[in-house]
Structure formats: C-alpha cells, structure tokens
Design a protein around this ligand. Structure first.
Ligand SMILES: NC(=O)c1ccc[n+]([C@@H]2O[C@H](COP(=O)([O-])OP(=O)(O)OC[C@H]3O[C@@H](n4cnc5c(N)ncnc54)[C@H](O)[C@@H]3O)[C@@H](O)[C@H]2O)c1
Ligand SMILES: [Zn+2]
Ligand SMILES: [Zn+2]
Length: 382
C-alpha cells in the first residue's frame, strides 16, 4: 500500500509499505478515505518529538471504511464507514472508565507518561497512523464509530481531533456566563476553541496570532475580536488595557511548543532544543489572565522541561488545566451541534491534497504558505 513515511526532520515521502494485518482479535483494518495533517504533526515533522523513528507513518486524524475485523470485534463490520478518534484506548482501564481516554493505561509501554496516539512517535505508543491507504485500528470495539448518514466526511475527519480539542480547550477553561476569553493561536484548534467558548457562555472572545489571514478566519468563522501580536508593543499590556486592567477570566493556549514571539526562545528552544519547546504563548497566557483565573493548555509541549512562569501561576492563584483531548467523550454533544447547524467543522479546510503529494502538503502547512489553515489528504482522486 501507499503510505506517508518519515525520513528525518522536514523530510517525508510516500513509500510502498506492507498493508497492515490483524494482530489481535479486537483489531480492525480500516481503508482510509480521508485524513488530515494536524498542527501536532508539524512538531513531529520538525523533529521536536522524542523517539520519532524513521519509517513511521504519521496521521492521527482519519476516516475510512472497515476492510477487515478480528474475530472478537462486534461493534463494527467490514464495509462500515467509520471515524476514528486520535486516542487509542482500551475502554476499560481506570482512566477509560472515567472517559479520560487520552490517559488510557493499556496502550503504551510509556503508560505513566501518556496514552496512545496513532502515528505520533514511539513516545505515544509507536502506532503507525492514517496518512496511508490502510491503518491498523486496535481496540476496534472502543474507538471507531459509524459516521452518521447525515454527516459529511470532511466534518467527520475534523471531529477526530481538531474540533473536539478546541472544544475541550474551552471546556477546561470552566467558562462562566459573560467571561472574557482570550485564545492564543488561530490555527484549527484555536479557531474551534474560540467558537466553542461562545457555546459555553463567553461574553467576549479575543483571538491572538501573527498571521492576518488566520485572524480573518477567526473573525469570520468564530466571530471573535482579533489582535495581531506583532502590531502591538506588548500583547500582555494590550490585553490588560482591554480588560479593565484585571486581565482575562480565561486564557487558552492553542499554540504549543512552536510559538513565535521571542527570537531567543525560538532559537534556543525550537532550533537548539534546549527546552521542550518555546513557552512564549503559555507565558503570555499566564501574564494576561486575571488573578484567580484559569489557563487552559491544549497546545502541545515536549516532555522536556520548559521555562514556564510557575511563580506567577502560584502568586496569582491560577488554575491551570491541560490535556490531550479525550475525543470520544465530546462526540454526543458535538454531533448535535453539527446536526443542528451550530457548528460546521469543515468550514476551516483550505487545502485538499492527494496522498502522493503529501510532502508538498506538509511543506505548505509547516511554512503557512498559500493561506493554509487545514489540509486534508485524500487517498483516491477527489
Ligand atoms: N491537546 C490535544 O489533544 C491537541 C490536539 C491537537 C493539536 N494540539 C496542539 O495544539 C496546538 C495548535 O494546533 P493547530 O493544529 O491549531 O496548529 P497550527 O500550527 O496550525 O496553529 C498554531 C497557531 O499559533 C500561532 N502562533 C505562533 N506563536 C504564537 C504566539 N506566541 N501567540 C499566539 N499565536 C501564535 C501560529 O501562527 C499558528 O497560527 C499545537 O501545539 C498542537 O500540537 C493538541
Ligand atoms: Zn492532532
Ligand atoms: Zn484504557
């Protein structure tokens, strides 16, 4: 089969790989029809995630058709159109029982550090991902769900990560009615976090980025106020002025390890890898939130330490919440929002590339060329 393969930092290509086979009675093999490239894939692409092995296939956002199932699988059958959450999870451990699927304890030899994620390095279990014609789906009775007839494929693929992650980012902010919410990052996750903040009762939503075309998307898709942080002297002070000098009630970090905004942080942490990424956006969030406010972190950081302003967290009495999204927990509510027309996840898609041109797709996403917000990958002509 054809699959995207990692060859080293900033080098990916399509290769012929052996089609995956059933390895456990509860496995399924899914023929991928549509996948997506995530901002998280860029951390792998840039060589920032430990134990990303040459030969690995990325891709944790995908939908497809069940091709084959192991003998104990009961919930899906060959021919079913399914969407697969990015978390690999067992469904029965301490964490899964509490719907904390991203913390599943049975799917990763590094279980005490993180759960399992498709195509996300051996740190996250070493599973091949879905930027390929076929993918092995473990615990097929737990993750994959039939795509409802009324749901479009492109909405379904966005519901496997970006949309629920933004939604959980807002949820972890514990937004109260009328709250001022500041979202750092106008990528797919930030756009969904901003949109979700309104659904949870925010009175004002402000999105920060330095890419004007993405800020335009934040105004149009998420009806947010926007600020380009390169066009103000000091973004923290600017936000204080906008919030009666108290600060925002809730700040959401939807940027993560590859934040811009400080030349030295980018050089020392992203180029020389002296920290687990550049915590610029996270520190801005800590500085811009009011005392006793909440900072919700969905941006991803490397396991290595980062110089986060923890003294300020303590002195200001902040609540910090963070997580890899537990995707499936949010599906019942998000399905309703999509069905009712409140949310159109695919509205943020800007690019569609065939699998055999995925290297170009990565390049465009990573360099933010051609006004790219979100790229989908199609395995057959589209
Ligand atoms: N927690 C989860 O489950 C989960 C799931 C998906 C993605 N993520 C993470 O969320 C983050 C965002 O993902 P994405 O797909 O939207 O990525 P993305 O790269 O498309 O978006 C990040 C945005 O942040 C902007 N940015 C850079 N520095 C900034 C700063 N200092 N302040 C404000 N904005 C800044 C960039 O210009 C970009 O538009 C990534 O770190 C990704 O790994 C986490
Ligand atoms: Zn992702
Ligand atoms: Zn589990």
């Amino acid at each position: 089969m054809q699959a995207m393969v990692y060859r080293g930092p900033c080098r990916v290509r399509v290769e012929n790989k052996e089609k995956p086979a059933i390895e456990h009675p509860n496995d399924a093999i899914v023929r991928v029809t549509c996948a997506a490239i995530c901002g998280s894939d860029l951390h792998l692409y840039h060589g920032l995630m430990p134990d990303t092995r040459v030969g690995m296939t990325f891709g944790h956002e995908f939908v497809g058709v069940v091709d084959e199932v192991g003998p104990s699988v009961q919930n899906v059958r060959p021919g079913d159109r399914v969407m697969v959450p990015f978390n690999i999870c067992c469904g029965s451990c301490y964490f899964c029982a509490r719907e904390l699927y991203s913390c599943c304890h049975n799917v990763n030899p590094n279980a005490s550090a993180v759960g399992g994620i498709y195509g996300y390095s051996h740190t996250c279990g070493g599973y091949d991902g879905g930027q390929a014609e076929y993918v092995r789906v473990p615990f097929a009775d737990v993750g994959p769900t039939a795509i409802p007839d009324w749901m479009e494929e492109e909405d379904a693929v966005l519901l496997t990560d970006a949309c629920p992650t933004g939604y959980q980012g807002a949820e972890m902010g514990s937004i109260k009615e009328g709250d001022v919410v500041v979202v750092f990052g106008a990528g797919p996750v930030g756009l969904f976090a901003a949109k979700s903040s309104w659904l949870m009762g925010a009175g004002r939503v402000i999105v920060i980025d330095h890419l004007d075309y993405r800020l335009e998307k934040a105004r149009e898709f998420a009806h947010a106020e926007t600020i380009n942080f390169t066009q103000v002297d000091d973004i923290v002070l600017h936000l204080k002025k906008l919030t009666d000098y108290l600060g925002a009630d809730v700040c959401i970090d939807a940027v993560g390890a590859e934040a811009d905004g400080s030349f030295w942080q980018v050089v020392s942490n992203n180029k020389l890898k002296l920290q687990g990424g550049s915590p610029v956006a996270l520190n801005w969030a800590i500085d811009s939130v009011r005392k006793a406010g909440t900072v919700s972190v969905v941006g991803a950081y490397g396991p290595l330490f980062s110089a986060v302003k923890f003294g300020d967290v303590m002195n200001k009495g902040l609540t910090i919440r963070s997580a890899q999204c537990s995707v499936k927990r949010h599906w019942p509510r998000l399905f309703q929002h999509v069905k009712n027309g409140v949310l159109k996840p695919s509205a943020i898609v800007t690019h569609r590339v065939p699998l055999n041109e995925i290297a170009e797709g990565y390049h465009i996403m990573a360099s933010k060329l051609d006004e790219c917000v979100k790229s989908l990958v199609y395995t057959s002509p589209h």
